[in-house]
Write a protein that binds this ligand. Structure first.
Ligand code: GLY
Length: 572
């Protein structure tokens, strides 16, 4: 009845926003700590990030003449202070760049396995993985890439050419403090037991019981950021901070050495680009699985008339889930760090291969995944994404992470920052699921100096040679499928950025053989219908926090910050 109708989509989006507004994690009497904007249209520049202070930093840098890369560097460092659950200097990430003329590039500042890492390092004497070791504390930590990555981006693309100015907002927020949102206070309190377990020295995150509006001051982190501001990457990978990291490793069972830190390099890589219904999609190559999996899912659904399907009907979810199932099965076998393993990229995204991959697709039913025994995601699916467009039309799509919420939970006590638990993104044992329930094999086995496979999918879409959409999201394995839906919502269902971001989402990752639907926005009859087709469908809380900017036909920018958390858009 509402077939492919914008009215239907608008009703769903408004309905969803209304429900989410009523079911945030905070009691209704709590007043918001910040003025947060979820959607806006403006004509020059825009930044959408997970925290209003970080969005403000990016906004101000662009107001002062900086370009999108300058703003991105500033947002990354500010998130390391204001969004410690995923923002970081102790982690890594990916940057996808498109300049106003359409030239594209990607930066890989993913963590690397330390030189002393080896394939069986997380197995017990029976050969079974010890999740505790790859997910928490010192041994879970990969060599951080963020500071090197930000400096590489600065050297190549900065317009301001003023490194210190870009880090200044982060130093200010660390030194003078910033107000925690209610959600941040709640999450920090909730993680106290874990922080206590993995940190023997006092750390600021457990210094009190937090409430929304409390000022979080991080003097040690401010000192660390000043060293990075003064000395560039040498202020992190060498000297005092390197000593502090290595000391912490020795205390906490980690294996990162001075040589590991000094040898870390960020890498520029050729983007994954592919056509989908006349749009050029630009995304991240290995060591991310995101770009390839995205190309595969789009390639597999392209031969079906999505536009004619009722949005979020059982036919729509069934088709997309079946494409996702096949893409994640390929991910498990074929994807890893292409510097170490010959990833068959062109074969995996070949249109004929993808058509063949769907040759056994049945519109009426699913045959399911062969093995339904794999694990489920146990951790909060943290990571963070931001999207930026500057006054010249240059665009940055950037996703950065500590992996799980607060990473390894281990703080470099003397330096005041959290370390990642990215080593869990390797395949500790072929066929055994990691924290996100993802299976891996030889391609993603642990090797010294290798980068662990990621699902982070920072993405940019262009149409007729012009910028159309910048987007990405956190969410572990659900990143790929959330980005797919945001982009498909715009291309296949003509949605605004706001509608595309706020619509309910669903997810399938082959193993475990479960089709997850967000619990707000879908009718329970859909679960029944999908299960009658052979799926194992069920509801789960929330999927992703998408941050998107859409370039409108009249040249304006529409920014959309996800309603699922404190995310904020700022523009001018
Ligand atoms: N650590 C999550 C990811 O990179 O996919």
């Amino acid at each position: 009845m509402f077939k492919n109708s914008n009215i239907y989509i608008a009703i769903i989006a408004i309905f969803t926003i209304a429900i989410y507004s009523c079911r945030t994690d905070k009691p209704s009497e709590q007043l918001p700590i910040y003025e947060i904007t979820k959607t806006m249209v403006d004509d020059s520049a825009m930044v959408v990030s997970a925290h209003p202070i970080a969005s403000q930093a990016g906004h101000d840098i662009m107001r002062d003449g900086g370009n999108a890369v300058d703003a991105a560097i500033s947002v990354q460092f500010t998130l390391a202070v204001c969004y410690p659950i995923a923002g970081n200097i102790g982690g890594g990430g990916f940057l996808v760049y498109r300049d106003a003329d359409g030239t594209t590039n990607t930066l890989d500042y993913r963590e690397m396995a330390p030189a002393a890492a080896f394939d069986n390092m997380y197995l017990d004497e029976k050969g079974d993985p010890i999740a505790e070791k790859s997910q928490n504390g010192g041994l879970a930590v990969g060599v951080p890439g963020t500071v090197a990555g930000m400096y590489a981006a600065f050297e190549k693309y900065s317009k301001l050419k003023d490194w210190k100015k870009l880090i200044a907002p982060a130093i200010d927020a660390a030194e003078n403090g910033f107000k925690l949102t209610h959600r941040q206070a709640m999450l920090m309190n909730k993680n106290k037991a874990k922080f206590d377990k993995y940190n023997t020295d006092p750390i600021v995150f457990t210094s009190r019981e937090w409430r929304g509006g409390d000022l979080l001051v991080q003097p040690k982190l401010a000192t660390t950021l000043k060293l990075i501001s003064e000395n560039g990457p040498k202020g992190f990978y060498e000297g005092i901070v390197a000593d502090q990291i290595v000391n912490q490793m020795k205390k906490s069972g980690g294996i990162i050495t001075h040589a590991d830190l000094k040898n870390y390099t960020a890498k520029w890589r050729k983007p994954i680009t592919f056509d989908y219904r006349g749009h050029n999609i630009i995304s991240m190559p290995p060591p991310s699985s995101g770009g390839i999996a995205l190309a595969q899912i789009f390639g597999m659904v392209e031969n079906y008339d999505l536009k004619s399907m009722v949005y979020h009907s059982k036919e729509h979810l069934h088709l997309v889930a079946e494409a996702e199932r096949r893409a994640f099965a390929d991910r498990a076998t074929h994807l890893g760090d292409s510097d170490f393993y010959n990833v068959p990229i062109s074969g995996l995204v070949d249109k004929a291969y993808l058509e063949e991959r769907m040759s056994d697709f049945d519109l009426e039913k699913t045959e399911g995944s062969e093995n339904t025994e794999a694990g489920d995601a146990k951790e909060s699916l943290e990571t963070t994404h931001f999207s930026i467009v500057d006054v010249e039309g240059n665009a940055v799509s950037m996703t950065t992470t500590l992996n799980g919420g607060y990473g390894s939970k281990l703080v470099v006590a003397e330096a005041g920052f959290l370390l990642n638990n990215e080593m869990d993104d390797f395949s500790a044992k072929p066929g055994t699921p990691n924290m996100f329930g993802l299976i891996g094999a030889e391609a993603n086995k642990i090797e010294p100096g290798k980068r662990m496979l990621s699902s982070m999918t920072p993405t940019i879409v262009e149409k007729d040679g012009k910028l159309l959409l910048v987007c990405g999201t956190p969410g572990g394995s659900t990143i790929i499928t959330s980005v797919f839906q945001a982009v498909s919502n715009v291309i296949d269902f003509d949605m605004t950025a706001t509608e595309a971001v706020q619509s309910p989402r669903f997810h399938h990752q082959w193993l475990p053989d479960v089709l997850i639907l967000e619990e707000v926005g879908f009718d329970s009859t859909l679960i029944t219908d999908l299960n009658e087709m052979g799926h194992h469908a069920k509801f789960r809380g929330k999927l992703g926090k998408v941050e998107a900017i859409k370039a409108l036909a009249n040249g304006d920018l529409e920014g959309a910050a996800d309603i699922r958390a404190d995310d904020d858009v700022k523009g001018f």
